[in-house]
Design a protein around this ligand. Structure first.
Ligand SMILES: Nc1ncnc2c1ncn2[C@@H]1O[C@H](COP(=O)(O)OP(=O)(O)OP(=O)(O)O)[C@@H](O)[C@H]1O
Length: 460
């Protein structure tokens, strides 16, 4: 059986890391099994859904490289299909019209609560052999209810939560179509999962309560339900469920803050799944290792500091050219036109940067005149070292502009003045780069323009 998975977001705003992790796992499972990953937009909540929100979902998924093989399919475009299945279920007696008004339902609920019973529909309009139904009221459009099985229970082997058993007595006869004929959520999901031949439903555990209802509809339609994996909630840093409603950031904001797609994928992969003690892995390794047997069982808390650390490891592992491609537009946005030095600059500084924004800050120092940090200048650029700085400037005037030749000129200056390396290297870094906290002097100077270096040294 070929694996088919889906991500089924509702386009009601942006998507956050909790949502996108529910896309990452079905995507990874499909990829790792040579299967198919499907995107389905659940846009039946017309008041809250928007095209802008669909675009944001697509943009976030594209950035992280979670491309669907099929879709996006839109539920609003499948209404005819849902109506067709409803008609078929009516014919087969799997659903029945219910004329109970909202006021009657409310009164029923109050009576049940007063009697300390669990509020549920009482089956007034459910046809049974030998039962006389009430007379339908004039001019009232009924809802359609699903004939939930009576007695017994629904059982499934959840890939995360293990065996779950829910008694049918706990389940109401679910409304599957409203008075105007529009289908309801759980019903549409089942029709979609059947039509899209979904084999594994991997989604957040906020859906666990829907699952027994959906399984009963599957069976009524003569289909075996898929395998379910209900992922534990992603909590925010305050320990609440991450949600649009409590300040979660949009996925694309992490891109704008300089995170790498591979870093975010790695971080999210580990937030709810493990492969031994491996913390840092590539996308290829993740896909080779991913399975549903090592999903975490408890809620995972988002930790931005950890995300930064994971991202830093990916910065180190990313090729200089690839980093330069990401840093270039950041510099251009700041009015800087980077040249062919940029990949080497990225290579020299990537070890000390956890985001591309931080890397761009370093690269910027090679393209604009930076003021030396006042404290560092006062500490390192002393009268005692000025003659040596002058001598180095003189030597650098005619020296070939390579790291080796520059290193030789620095050594020569140290020999002639009797200074130690840091005594000369620190002030020169402060003067040229604005700070002493840089990689080795010869490497930094070789990537700086000679004229800029000479100007800065002479100014001292
Ligand atoms: N905090 C979370 N942790 C894990 N999964 C989540 C979280 N929030 C949403 N999901 C999952 O994201 C997927 C898409 O859901 P959907 O688009 O309906 O988002 P949502 O639940 O409306 O999000 P929000 O609560 O922020 O509005 C579903 O599989 C859902 O279970």
């Amino acid at each position: 059986m070929k694996v088919r998975t889906r991500f089924a977001p509702s386009p009601t705003g942006f998507i956050h890391l909790g949502n996108i992790r529910s896309a990452l796992y079905p995507w990874a499972f499909a990829r790792s099994q040579g299967g198919t990953f499907i995107l389905r937009i659940e846009d039946t909540d017309l008041e809250r859904s928007s095209q802008a929100a669909v675009d944001v979902i697509l943009e976030g998924m594209r950035w992280l490289g979670l491309d669907p093989d099929e879709g996006p399919f839109f539920q609003m475009q499948r209404m005819d299909r849902y109506r067709e299945v409803i008609a078929q279920m009516r014919e087969q007696g799997l659903v029945y019209p219910c004329y109970m008004s909202v006021a009657e339902l409310d009164a029923l609920r109050e009576r049940q609560m007063a009697a300390k019973e669990k509020p549920r529909y009482d089956g007034t309009w459910r046809p049974e052999p030998g039962k006389t139904l009430p007379v339908p009221p004039e001019g009232v459009q009924p809802v359609l209810r699903f004939r939930n099985p009576v007695g017994g229970s629904v059982v499934w082997e959840d890939k995360v939560k293990g065996r779950i058993e829910i008694s049918n007595d706990e389940l109401d006869d679910l409304v599957i179509a409203r008075p105007d004929g529009t289908p309801t959520y759980n019903f549409c999901v089942v029709v979609d999962d059947i039509d899209m031949r979904i084999t594994h439903v991997i989604r957040g555990d906020d859906h666990v309560n829907n699952t027994p209802r959906q399984i009963n509809i599957f069976r009524a339609l003569g289909q075996e339900p898929p395998v379910y994996a209900h992922l534990p909630t992603v909590l925010n840093e305050q320990g609440e469920k991450m949600s649009k409603r409590n300040g979660a950031k949009a996925v694309t904001q992490y891109r704008d803050e300089g995170y790498l797609a591979d870093g975010v994928v790695n971080y999210l992969a580990r937030l709810g799944w493990s492969h031994g003690d491996d913390e840092i892995f590539s996308r290829e390794q993740f896909l080779a290792w991913f399975d549903l047997d090592h999903l975490g069982k408890s809620a995972a808390q988002f930790d931005e500091a950890k995300l930064r650390w994971v991202n830093a490891q990916h910065m180190k592992a990313t090729a200089d050219d690839a980093l330069a491609l990401l840093v270039r537009p950041l510099l251009e946005k700041r009015g800087i036109a980077p040249d062919e030095r940029l990949p080497a600059i990225c290579g020299l500084f990537k070890d000390r940067c956890d985001t591309t924004l931080v890397l761009a800050d370093w690269a910027q120092r090679f393209y604009v005149d930076v003021e030396p940090n006042a404290d560092e200048a006062a500490k390192h650029v002393t009268d005692g070292v000025r003659p040596a700085i002058g001598m180095l400037a003189k030597m650098l005037e005619g020296c070939p502009w390579t790291k080796e030749d520059i290193a030789e000129a620095v050594k020569e200056t140290l020999r002639a003045t009797g200074l130690k390396m840091p005594q000369l290297a620190m002030p020169v870094r402060v003067l040229v780069m604005g700070t002493a906290q840089t990689p080795s002097l010869d490497a930094v100077l070789a990537l700086s323009l000679r004229q800029k270096v000479l100007d800065r040294l002479r100014r001292a």
